[in-house]
Write a protein that binds this ligand. Structure first.
Ligand code: FAD
Length: 316
């Protein structure tokens, strides 16, 4: 069966959910090989990768891979593409994943597809383009297909793989050492799921009215086990940190459920959330453009609607 490389996203030795999604996609097309970049592969992580279909786990444990920004990971993948001639390479469509995909495409003289939300036989990708306004089917026409897949576009399904670990020696080139990581600041890990990985996102916009009022949004998010997002109007106003901004210049989310409260639905906000499976909009203006996009709409004051929703969810 044809081998498909999957770049593992991991934090503190733990495999991120998006990697399990990529393995599931890869398994539907061939034989997935997980690529672990940097130190820290544990037996538990290997077992997790195997549980979701990884037949091989390439362990490139050199510290240098994570000492420099992004480029060494692209070099590692390029080396594996040259040595193993895989049928394709999958990475997560995160900021880092997309940069790696682009660099890898240049290094291997291959085509790249970003923001894929599905993948079928022959590496035909469902791709979300023009800021999410249009979905197309795309196929790489040159070299090894490199596809960056959006988190949450596939449900991870356990499917046993052999999980055979193979050590990979990497020499990071001088060119890849152009930008060194000088410090790592750990983002406080709250009780909430990470925004780009969350199955449910509750976002607030200008309609929330103030930083303090964001507790209303957080209340609903916590009742649902969701992540909190915000529109740019809310982050620019300083009501919520910029790292939670959803949209063209913020994060792209693709959750099962997206609740937009007090958000008008500007094109730049849509670009970050319109591939959500189900969208609920809460807005006091029945003409708000967000309702064109929403599967369910509630016309009303979010300060009344959201606490009622929170109460109702908490009662169940
Ligand atoms: P508004 O457009 O002001 O809408 C507020 C909404 O809240 C209104 O629909 C109103 O009816 C409703 N409302 C008010 N009070 C209540 C209430 N009590 N209850 C219920 N509803 C209420 N925006 C992003 O979000 N993300 C981006 O990444 C982003 N990138 C951008 C990049 C560029 C280059 C540019 C030019 C703009 C970008 N923007 C982005 C900004 C974008 O154009 C909009 O200005 C922004 O999304 C508006 O945010 P909003 O919907 O919260 O505010």
């Amino acid at each position: 069966m044809s081998e498909i490389l999957v770049l593992v996203e991991h934090v503190d030795g733990e495999v991120k959910k998006v990697t399990l999604e990529l393995l599931t996609l890869a398994k539907s097309l061939g034989s997935p090989s997980a690529v672990w970049a940097g130190p820290g592969l544990t037996d538990a992580a290997t077992a997790k990768l195997a549980e979701y279909g990884a037949d091989k786990v390439y362990n490139a444990s050199s510290q240098e891979i994570v000492d420099y920004v992004v480029a060494p990971k692209a070099e590692l993948l390029a080396q594996l593409v040259s040595e193993k001639s895989p049928a394709g390479v999958l990475v997560a469509a995160t900021a880092e994943g997309k940069e790696i995909a682009g660099r890898l495409a240049v290094k291997t003289d291959s085509g790249v597809i970003t923001d894929a939300v599905g993948l079928s036989d022959g590496f035909v990708a469902d791709q979300s383009i023009f800021g999410g306004g249009v979905n197309v089917k795309s196929k790489v026409a040159k070299g090894t297909p490199i596809v960056a897949v959006r988190p949450n576009s596939t449900a991870p399904v356990a499917a046993a793989g052999a999980g055979a670990v193979e050590e990979v020696a990497v020499t990071v080139s001088d060119a890849a050492k152009a930008a060194r990581v000088v410090d790592r600041v750990k983002q406080e890990k709250g009780a909430r799921p990470e925004l780009t990985e969350a199955a449910i996102v509750v976002s607030g916009g200008r309609g929330v009215g103030s930083a303090d009022n964001f507790s209303v949004i957080e209340g609903l998010a916590d009742a649902l086990g969701a992540a909190v997002g915000a529109s740019r109007a809310a982050t620019d106003a300083g009501w919520y940190p910029h790292q939670f901004q959803v949209g063209q210049t913020g994060k792209t989310v693709s959750p099962q459920l997206y609740i937009a409260a007090g958000i008008s639905g500007a094109i730049q906000h849509r670009a970050g959330m319109q591939t959500a499976k189900t969208i609920i909009a809460i807005n006091k203006d029945p003409e708000a453009p967000i309702f064109e996009l929403a599967d369910y709409g509630i016309v009303g004051d979010l300060h009344q609607v959201v606490p009622q929703l929170t109460q109702e969810v908490s009662n169940r």
